[in-house]
Design a protein around this ligand. Structure first.
Ligand code: CMP
Length: 138
């Protein structure tokens, strides 16, 4: 069993794609064990994406991530990190495989609808960033 953090980004929430994303998670047997909607502050967004601090897109990315509410979830299942990444598709929607969330819905390399942890250590950090132990079921 593995856990990963999923975010439906401000573009996904604003465009009414939350139901579609959640449906795909459920259909693919990624169990949602925690979920909430919130709007990050700029400093929370910077802390979350700290690994990208030196990247040219950092300012724009963190501005985008605070532009509206997001939905954060913990997903659980066998190989949950890898399976969720497959469902999302490549960061750049133009390179994403057919049938993936980003291929179907992303409009931009930044506004790519969803986020998912990229490995077990990142997942532990990202889950702890948003949830405490009392908020996690299952
Ligand atoms: P995410 O998986 O949340 O991780 C970092 C985010 O930075 C990425 O999705 C995109 O939203 C955003 N981003 C913007 N430009 C780039 C880029 N050139 N390469 C990678 N990520 C980018």
């Amino acid at each position: 069993m593995e856990r990963t953090l999923s975010i439906i980004k401000p573009d996904g929430v604003a465009r009414g794609l939350a139901g579609e994303v959640i449906k795909r998670l459920e259909q693919n047997n990624l169990k949602i064990t925690a979920m909430k909607m919130l709007r990050m502050t700029k400093s929370q967004a910077k802390g979350f994406y700290d690994v990208h601090r030196e990247r040219p897109f950092f300012e724009s990315l963190t501005d985008f991530m605070v532009s509206g509410p997001i939905i954060v979830m913990i997903l659980e299942g066998e190989n949950a990190i890898g399976r969720y990444r497959e469902l999302m598709g490549a960061t750049d929607y133009r390179e994403a495989a057919q049938g993936t969330i980003r291929k179907d819905f992303a409009t931009d390399i930044e506004k790519n609808v969803v986020h998912g942890s990229d490995g077990p250590e990142t997942a532990a950090f990202e889950i702890g960033y948003f949830f405490n132990s009392f908020e996690i079921t299952g």
